[in-house]
Design a protein around this ligand. Structure first.
Ligand SMILES: [Fe+2]
Ligand SMILES: [Fe+2]
Length: 242
């Protein structure tokens, strides 16, 4: 079989080129949003995984995707920047604005009902709400400040706008890192969202929704860190004053 990926490629670049790789990476806990800058080989060593096995599975699923010719999925590295921003807002930001308040209710409810027997629920409640505040503010900065700037820059690139944009996206990357750490903390305190025997419906639903939230945030942060931001930073700098 042709080896498309050798392991030297960066994890974020692999998912940008082949979005289907995210399933495998999630399964084996390779962080492709905040750890996207590591090469796959480094990530595999960090997680003490079997390199041959991971490369084999990655290349197999890539070959499968190729043979199905299911490349109808948009290549966000090539689509207009404005379309990519629309996709992020309509898909991922709308999702967060709908789900975060609901999850806040669930996480609070299970703490009230089951907290005495499950002290980890109080840690979960705290980490979730700290992350929620971070995200609420982060979405506002993206939608009100950075994304309008990126749209303007895409339409009419000048060195000044680029400088401003790069400064802004550095700060957002730091936020992404913070959010990634909260996600790790929530997963750690709940022992990988393990449900206690006989967990009630709300408990079960809350954990299911938290897993879904984690997965959506991975994809969301990946699109910003590894696709959108490099498209601004890697563009040739226009002449000053232009
Ligand atoms: Fe975002
Ligand atoms: Fe973001």
């Amino acid at each position: 079989m042709e080896q498309h990926f050798s392991g030297e490629e960066k994890v974020g670049a692999i998912v940008a080129a082949f979005p289907g790789a995210s399933h495998l990476f999630k399964e084996v806990n390779i962080d492709f949003c905040c750890g996207g800058d590591l090469s796959l080989r480094q990530a595999i060593r960090q997680r003490k995984l079997d390199e041959n096995e991971i490369l084999r599975r990655l290349n197999e699923s890539y070959a499968e995707m190729k043979s199905r010719d299911s490349r109808r999925e948009t290549d966000w590295r090539a689509a207009p920047i404005a379309d990519l921003i629309d996709h992020i807002v309509q898909h991922h930001h709308v999702y967060l604005r709908k789900e975060l308040p609901l999850l806040s209710e669930f996480v609070t409810k299970i703490l009230r009902v089951h907290g005495s027997g499950h002290p980890e629920l109080s840690l979960l409640h705290k980490a979730f709400h700290q992350m929620k505040i971070e995200l609420d503010q982060h979405l506002i900065v993206e939608e009100e400040v950075l994304f309008p700037l990126l749209r303007q820059y895409a339409e009419e690139p000048t060195a000044e706008k680029r400088e401003q944009a790069v400064k802004g996206l550095r700060e957002l990357e730091t936020d992404h890192h913070t959010v990634g750490n909260y996600l790790k903390e929530m997963r750690a305190v709940t022992d990988g969202y393990a449900l206690p025997p006989g967990a009630c419906r709300t408990y079960t639903l809350a954990f299911q929704k938290l897993i879904e939230l984690e997965s959506d945030l991975f994809q969301h942060i990946h699109l910003e860190n590894n696709v959108l931001f490099p498209r601004i930073e890697d563009q040739p700098v226009p002449p000053m004053g232009g």
